[in-house]
Each structure stands twice: as structure tokens, then as C-alpha cells.
Design a binder for this molecule. Structure first.
Ligand code: ATP
Ligand code: MG
Length: 546
């Protein structure tokens, strides 16, 4: 993995050198309300790689303080995603396991005169808050006595009030230029069953109050989060400085990652799934980690991609092509390169013996002999790609097959096309060719040059294959959450039926290949022995790399 340096690494290094901290402990705090996407991968890779580079560790903490939208399905999925990326959290914890300790800190703030129970409704709260131009107005409940606040807060906890009837607010400054500091709500009433704590609580702490406390209880040294929390940092520090905590963590923000033609917000990904615009969270067109995995992306490619984008204090949108680049880099030398014909055209070798099949040796990966070799069948009946044949007289740049032209079949012989057979609609159904036995691959034949090299699959032994070919789901480069439905790409998933070499009948889901001249593919979960299914992960950089 690339060693990258970034501004957070510099901060950590300096703090270690100056003994401000003596170790590094970070956390990844997803809300278990959706599947993780590639944007989350930036937070994951950043937290885990930074900690690792200082021999530190990272906690996985489920930020489940909002019970309304959360579910254990997502908890399990997130744990699996991290495992897949190859990261082992030091511990797996739930924000909700700190509910008791967080409640104690709320009592402490009340006792210090720094929190009060407020009866304003949600709309009133918003009105009293003011805006960037106007200072807020103090709540009429702001000066309740400590005793009254303690009593009311306890009643809130005991379920005496309905949702929204009362809140607990920090007493900070209603005139602060930072709206987050205008007496923010730190506890609200929600009568609901929580997936971890059941019916124990009907009051829940707000993120801005719970998160710094959780970081402190766990001994997190650096609480890394995306840029939208920058304005919340003064509140983070206020909580840390007023709650008499033993350990003081530090919040540092970094820019969010976006990718072209991709919507990266959980809400919209959910909409795509709920409205059946995709087949599910693991649809190979989705930017979710489960989607990218099914499409064929590797953990390595994702990590290298994230590291290559660097880390800064600005949100950035990276070209999808970058992610593709790192997949090719990862698989170039590792993946076998069998032949697959995606859009088949039948070829009959008229001068080849009927019923004979010969087996010709071929390297599994011509750039990496260490991957060994296998045998490729050859007979009178073959398939080539329809696109590798041109009927009209081609110009001199055409380096594939045409009538009266001779090409090399990769790993086999030169063939020459003599006759084009069409059906009643004029569609080409078959080519009649002859082969030259002297041109056998590996024989050293040099007497003449073929008009290019194409690939093929022997027809009688070929395995039926389905190929899923993808384009961006959204046509907009700068995918806009509001208008994305008008810009859905009708060709984002095209299925083709073709053939692959016989040995691929045993392929297993997620096996990776570079199909010669066709790109990188990964075996789909739906693949079965008599019909194997492949997802094209990415094309080849240049269309013909032989
Ligand atoms: P979304 O905005 O997509 O709905 P979220 O930020 O609400 O996601 P969380 O579950 O809170 O999702 O995210 C966990 C962590 O991942 C947070 O620290 C968040 O800052 C970070 N994160 C989420 N999306 C991105 C992104 N696109 N780039 C970088 N970090 C991200
Ligand atoms: Mg969030």
C-alpha cells in the first residue's frame, strides 16, 4: 500500500513528538441506517491507515443514538464491509452502550447550571434560534432552577411526556454567531423501541452531545470526521470542556469524497433501492461497497484509489476512471486472461477435419508466466466476436478479419475468410474460412504476416455465458440528487449471451478474469455450472491490448 502523507498525519506526528498524546486511537462511527458507500471508504481508510501508521488502533462504533432509522441488518452489513476491506477494529461498540454515562453527564450539566429543560415546540425552537443575520432569543424556560430542571429531566426519562413535549438544552449563548452554539438541544423524547436498548429509554441524546462524550469515554485521541462537522467543533469542545471528562479527544475534519456520475448520499441510494430503480444495495451499478464488490472491485483497488485521492480540507469529486485505473493495476498481473466471446459469430474451418478437437497450450496471463498455462481447444467450429469481422471492404487500418483477409487466431492458427453466409434477412450467420496448419502458434512461422490477431472460442466445448455490461447509472457527470431520476441511463445494464473457454464452467462467484480484449470481469453470485454469469468490472484502457 502507498505510504501517503497528509495534514492529519502531520498533526498526529507532531502531537506524539511533543507528548501531547502517547498513542493514536481513532474510530469509525457509522450510523447503522444504510449500507456503506465508497465515500465511507474514505473515512474508513483514513481512520484505519492513519492509526496503523503509528501502531495505533481504530474502534468501530455504531452511532445508534437516533433510534428512528436504524436496523440490525445494517449493523451486520457494515461489519462485513469492514472485514471485506481487510480492517480489524480494536473493538466493536454501540453509542447506545454509553446511554447511562451520557445521562450522568447531562445531570452534571444541569447541576452546573449549564443545561435546562425547555418546553418550546420544534417550530418555536427554530423561530427562537434566529439565523445568521439575527441573534436568537432566550427561551422563557432558560432560567428554571436547577432543582426544577433535575425534576423535569427525570420525568422526561421516566416517560411522563410525549414526543417533542420537552427537550434538554445546553445553556450556551443565544447570540453566538455559530448557530450550533445557540442553546442546542442535547436530549429529546422519542418513545420507540431501540434495536439495542429496547424500551429502556425514551429520551435520546443528540449526536453533538453524545459523540464527543463517546470519544472521550473510549479514549479516542483524534476524532476524524467529514467537513460538514467543522461548524460543530466549538460545540464538541464545549461538551468536552464542561462535562468534567478525564480524557480530551480532538476533532479534525477532512473533505468528503465524491465520484463523477454517482450520487453518494444514503438517502438517495435508499430511494434507488426502494423504487426498484436498481436490483438492491448490491446491484453492481451501485456505489455501495457491496455493489462494488459484486461488480468485481477489489479491496486493494478501493484502498489504493482512496489513498491516491489524498486528504485535504476541501470536498472533492474524483473521476470514476480513477477507480477503474486502480482495479486494472491490481489485477493486471494477478488475473488469468482466458478468451470469452461476448457477441458471437460462428466460423467454420472448411479444411479442418470434422469431429477432431486439438488442444493448444496458452499462458494463463501472457504478462505473467508464473500463473502457468492451460490448454485451449480448437476444431472445425469456432466463435469469434461479431465486431471482429467487417464485410465491406475495409481500409488499411482494419486489423481484423474480412473477406479474403487472413488473421491470426490467438494461441492457434492463421485463418482466411472465403465466404460469408447470410440468412434471408441479409444478416451474417456464419463465416467459411480455411486455416493454414503451418502457422500453428509457437511453430516459429514467419513467412507472412496476418492482418492482426483476434480471439475465439471453440464451439463444441464452449460454455454458455451471460455477460453483464455496465455504464454509469446516472448520465450527469455532476450527479444531482434532485434531478437524478430524469438522468438515469437506460443502458446502464446490458446483458449479452456468449461463450467462454471450457475450464470456466467451474468458476466461483467473485473470481476475477481479464477476458482477452474485452476487459476485467468478475463472476456473479447467480453464476451456475451450465450458465456462468460475469459482470464486467471495467473495460481495458485501450480497446486492443494484445
Ligand atoms: P450520508 O451523508 O451519505 O447519508 P453520513 O455522513 O450520514 O452519510 P455516517 O454513517 O454518519 O453517514 O458516516 C460515517 C462516517 O463516514 C462519518 O464520519 C462521515 O463523515 C463519513 N463519510 C460519509 N460519507 C463520506 C464521504 N462521501 N466522504 C468522506 N467521508 C464520508
Ligand atoms: Mg452522519
Amino acid at each position: 500500500m502507498n505510504e501517503t502523507s497528509n495534514f492529519i498525519k502531520t498533526i498526529m506526528k507532531n502531537e506524539l513528538e511533543q507528548n501531547i498524546v502517547d498513542h493514536i486511537l481513532t474510530r469509525f462511527p457509522p450510523e447503522p441506517n444504510a449500507y456503506l458507500h465508497i465515500g465511507h471508504a474514505r473515512a474508513i481508510v483514513t481512520n484505519f491507515e492513519l492509526a496503523k501508521s503509528f501502531n495505533g488502533a481504530t474502534n468501530l462504533r455504531f452511532d445508534d443514538t437516533n433510534p428512528v432509522k436504524e436496523d440490525t441488518e445494517f449493523v451486520d452489513a457494515i461489519i462485513k464491509d469492514l472485514e471485506w476491506l481487510g480492517y480489524n477494529p480494536r473493538i466493536i461498540v454501540y453509542g447506545s452502550s454509553y446511554f447511562d454515562a451520557t445521562y450522568e453527564k447531562a445531570i452534571l450539566l444541569i447541576k452546573k447550571g449549564l443545561a435546562y429543560v425547555c418546553d418550546l415546540s420544534q417550530e418555536e425552537l427554530a423561530r427562537y434560534r434566529g439565523d445568521t443575520q439575527t441573534p436568537g432569543t432566550n427561551s422563557p424556560y432558560r432560567n428554571r432552577s436547577i432543582e426544577e430542571n433535575l425534576k423535569l429531566f427525570e420525568e422526561m426519562k421516566n416517560g411522563k411526556y410525549q414526543n417533542g413535549e420537552k427537550t434538554l438544552r445546553a445553556k450556551i449563548d443565544m447570540a453566538s454567531p455559530n448557530l450550533n452554539m445557540r442553546d442546542p438541544v442535547i436530549y429529546r423524547i422519542i418513545h420507540i423501541n431501540h434495536h439495542q436498548t429496547g424500551n429502556k429509554w425514551c429520551i435520546y441524546p443528540m449526536y453533538d452531545f453524545a459523540h464527543p462524550l463517546q470519544d472521550s469515554f473510549e479514549g479516542i485521541t483524534h476524532s476524524l470526521c467529514s467537513l460538514e462537522y467543522e461548524d460543530h467543533r466549538p460545540l464538541y469542545d464545549w461538551v468536552i470542556n464542561n462535562c468534567d471528562v478525564e480524557h480530551k479527544p480532538r476533532q479534525i475534519e477532512f473533505g468528503r469524497l465524491g465520484i463523477t456520475n454517482t450520487i453518494m448520499s444514503k438517502r438517495y441510494l435508499k430511494q434507488l433501492v426502494d423504487e426498484k430503480l436498481v436490483t438492491g444495495y448490491d446491484d453492481p451499478r451501485m456505489p455501495t461497497l457491496v455493489g462494488l464488490k459484486r461488480r468485481g472491485f477489489t479491496p486493494n483497488a478501493i484502498k489504493e484509489f482512496i489513498l491516491s485521492t489524498g486528504l485535504s480540507k476541501i470536498n472533492s469529486t474524483i473521476d470514476y476512471a480513477m477507480l477503474e485505473h486502480f482495479l486494472r493495476e491490481d489485477l493486471k498481473m494477478k488475473a488469468p486472461r482466458p478468451m470469452a466471446v461476448i457477441n458471437p459469430l460462428k466460423v467454420v474451418i472448411t479444411n479442418y477435419e470434422e469431429g477432431k478437437v486439438e488442444y493448444l497450450p496458452a499462458l494463463n496471463n501472457m504478462e505473467n508466466p508464473e500463473l502457468g498455462e492451460h490448454l485451449i481447444p480448437f476444431s472445425k467450429y469456432l466463435y469469434i466476436e461479431r465486431e471482429d469481422f467487417l464485410e465491406e471492404k475495409p481500409n488499411k487500418h482494419w486489423k481484423r478479419l474480412s473477406k479474403d483477409l487472413e488473421v491470426r487466431l490467438m494461441n492457434a492458427y492463421f485463418i482466411k475468410c472465403n465466404e460469408v453466409i447470410k440468412d434471408e434477412n441479409g444478416e451474417i450467420v456464419e463465416l467459411h474460412c480455411t486455416y493454414d496448419p503451418l502457422t500453428k502458434s509457437g511453430s516459429g512461422f514467419k513467412d507472412r504476416k496476418p492482418n492482426g490477431t483476434i480471439h475465439f472460442v471453440e464451439a463444441t466445448t464452449a460454455v454458455n455465458a451471460e455477460f453483464n455490461l455496465f455504464e454509469p447509472l446516472i448520465l450527469d457527470e455532476v450527479a444531482n440528487a434532485k434531478t437524478f431520476k430524469e438522468n438515469l441511463n437506460p443502458n446502464s445494464w446490458v446483458k449479452k449471451n456468449g461463450f467462454v473457454e471450457p475450464y470456466l464452467k467451474d468458476t466461483k462467484p467473485l473470481d476475477k478474469y481479464q477476458f482477452v480484449r474485452n476487459g476485467y470481469f468478475s463472476t456473479d453470485y447467480s453464476s451456475k455450472g451450465d450458465k456462468v454469469v460475469f459482470n464486467r468490472t471495467v473495460g481495458l484502457k485501450s480497446s486492443f491490448t494484445i
